[in-house]
Design a binder for this molecule. Structure first.
Ligand code: HEM
Length: 140
């Protein structure tokens, strides 16, 4: 609401920084926002209490490779949105799927330590503090 208010009323705004991490974990838009629940992206969601938000609707972009900003009405935008949206979104998804499939065909992967020990560092991008140490076992 603050962002919508700012955009409407402050015509002199030259740069607007959006906290995408917070947007993607906002309890206003998402139920259990910190849980890994990819199936949430198959279900339409409408919240009448959020003024100006058209809700989450997979039917808005049939055949989309991922829950994009059109489906989420800009509440979920991993590759940005609008005229300067990432041009490599579909390539990135295909490439990472192929890379993961090739790896998992050959190895079983097990996290070393507990997930709670994997700390996060934010900067231009978000990454792990000390890497994501895993044990690989060659599959027989
Ligand atoms: C998981 C991988 C990737 C993520 C998360 C990602 C994310 C993003 C984001 C958030 C933006 C800014 C969009 C905006 O301003 O609204 C962007 C821009 C861009 N991305 Fe990606 N990207 C990825 C992979 C790639 C790949 C593989 C390519 C090229 C093959 C690519 C090429 C570009 C280019 C050229 C822009 C600038 C577009 C413009 O300013 O007109 N990206 N990306």
């Amino acid at each position: 609401n603050f962002i919508l208010f700012s955009l409407r009323s402050l015509s002199y705004v030259k740069m607007l920084a959006l906290q995408i991490y917070n947007l993607h974990r906002s309890p206003y838009f998402w139920d259990s926002p910190n849980e890994f629940e990819p199936e949430r992206f198959t279900v339409p969601k409408k919240d009448e209490n959020i003024e100006g938000w058209a809700g989450f609707d997979p039917d808005r972009s049939p055949g989309a490779m991922y829950p994009n900003e059109i489906i989420a009405d800009f509440a979920f935008l991993p590759f940005g949105g609008g005229p300067r949206k990432c041009v490599g979104d579909q390539f990135a998804l295909l490439e990472s799927t192929v890379a993961l499939a090739l790896l998992l065909q050959k190895f079983d992967v097990e996290l070393r330590g507990s997930p709670d020990e994997v700390e996060m560092v934010t900067g231009a991008t978000i990454h792990t503090k000390n890497g994501l140490w895993c044990r690989l076992r060659k599959r027989t």
